[in-house]
Write a protein that binds this ligand. Structure first.
Ligand code: NAD
Length: 433
């Protein structure tokens, strides 16, 4: 069998969960040591250190990619690709406009006005990896939610490769990135974290990258905010006997092709279906250019588990908390209430995961490695900050005065109690009238 297939017995599920979680091992110690040194040096010496590291690791000092270069890149792309990027951008934009939380105000009683101002972060940095992992779709998925959230200034950093991807630069133009800077790796994250030369300090850094970038983002956290540290990608498909094995096999392979650590897991209530999907995966995989990667990821982290009842499959899905969860059953909506932990849930046979990767509109930056138990997808929320607003009339404050004083005194914070008491002391009150 191309994909390992087992009957659910309590042990099999636990084994799969253990193997999936073990993929997200931390960065190697030597990488962490290099990154710690670069971050500290940039913090101390600023621009000179940034230039030194950029020249050492990438052979070039950082520079701004001029708008004319973005225009040329846009014009050099296949018009069909530009049309697809613009369609995707429009869908990402309107989905995020739908979910945008706005400033609100509420009057609890006549004299108590409460609310929250919701504002976009002032400045955000987006890391876009170089090399083969430079995905224009990722530029759109990171930059557009930030723009919709009202981020004041969006700075994209990407390594200064000889031939920067035209598609990535075109996506930056379409998404409305304000400045593109050719700088990569730890030095890019350090410059955005502390500010150096013409690279200003940002409030938040988002976007994927290699082990150096991930380790640098971890160290940056606290001085700036970060989105998340992404682990290897994963899909879990719940399918019954009605699912089309050709479709499900194609969807599992679309995840397995990412890299050798990617995980594609099928949960079903039909052994015949599991076998049909596995055969179909083997047939399709052999025709794919990334066969070598797929073969390894399916052998190591792919498997089908056959349950008696799909509700038990849902319980397992909840423990795995996968990045992507497809439900391909006769009535997928009926299982939705049983599914609590997933980055994105795709319902039915016409919502395959690549629809979400590229076009539907929800962001494809999703929590991995079981963190969907407590993390949410990247969205406008990622780029917003909220501030509470409190306004009381004298009468409204007086109605709570004794309660506040009692609470403050119980904590031995007399100045707190006093702050309330002075407002209602008769002599002060008379003076102020
Ligand atoms: P990258 O931009 O992440 O890293 C390149 C930088 O790493 C260089 O600019 C250099 O400064 C630094 N670097 C490399 N070797 C170094 C060394 N020995 N010492 C110090 N610094 C060094 O690009 P990449 O390396 O091609 O990796 C891309 C990563 O992005 C992959 O790990 C991929 O899995 C990940 N990824 C991308 C996406 C996406 O959506 N595009 C999603 C998930 C993961």
């Amino acid at each position: 069998m191309f994909m390992k297939t087992v009957l659910a017995d309590g042990q099999a599920e636990q084994q799969v969960i253990r193997e999936m979680k073990a993929r997200a091992a931390g960065a190697r110690g030597d990488i962490e040591q290099i990154v710690r040194g670069v971050m500290a040096d940039v913090q101390q010496r600023g621009w000179d250190a940034v230039v030194e590291y950029a020249e050492r690791f990438d052979g070039k000092a950082p520079y701004i990619v001029e708008p004319k270069v973005l225009d040329d890149a846009y014009n050099a792309c296949d018009p069909k690709l530009i049309a697809a990027l613009e369609k995707a951008a429009a869908n990402i934009r309107d989905y995020h406009e739908q979910m945008l939380v706005k400033t609100w105000e509420w009057n609890r009683s006549g004299g108590e006005t409460l609310g929250q101002t919701v504002r976009g972060l002032s400045r955000v940095g987006i890391y876009v990896p170089g090399g083969t992992a430079a995905y224009p779709s990722s530029v759109l998925m990171n930059a557009i939610p930030a723009k919709v959230a009202g981020v004041g200034e969006l700075i994209m950093v990407t390594p200064p490769t000889e031939n920067m991807s035209n598609e990535v630069l075109a996506a930056a133009k379409i998404a409305g990135v304000d400045t593109v800077i050719a700088i990569g790796g730890t030095q890019a994250i350090a410059a955005l974290t502390y500010g150096a030369g013409f690279i200003p300090q940002v409030d938040k850094i988002v976007g994927p990258g290699n082990a150096f970038v991930a380790a640098a983002k971890k160290l940056a956290f606290g001085t700036v905010d970060i989105d998340m540290i992404a682990g290897p990608s994963e899909v879990l498909v719940i399918a019954d006997h009605t699912a089309n094995p050709t479709y499900v096999a194609a969807d599992l392979l679309s995840q397995a092709e990412h890299d050798k650590l990617a995980s594609a897991v099928l949960l079903t209530d039909s052994m015949a279906q599991a076998q049909a999907i596995s055969c179909e995966m083997e047939r399709q995989a052999k025709l794919l250019p990334r066969w070598d990667i797929i073969k390894e990821s399916v052998a190591n982290y792919g498997c089908a588990i056959v349950f008696d009842d799909l509700k038990d499959a849902c319980r397992m899905a909840d423990v795995v908390a996968p990045e992507h969860l497809e439900v391909v059953t006769a009535a997928p909506r009926e299982l939705l209430p049983y599914l609590h932990n997933a980055g994105a849930i795709f319902l039915g046979q016409y919502a395959p995961e690549p629809l979400g990767d590229y076009m539907a509109g929800p962001c494809h930056v999703l929590p991995t490695s079981g963190t969907a138990r407590f993390f949410s997808p990247l969205s406008t929320d990622t780029f917003l900050k909220k501030t509470s607003v409190i306004e009381y009339t004298r009468d409204a404050l007086e109605s709570y005065a004794q309660d506040i004083i009692a609470l403050a005194q119980s904590e031995h914070l007399d100045a707190h109690a006093n702050s309330i008491a002075v407002r209602f002391a008769e002599e002060n009150d008379n003076e102020n009238r």
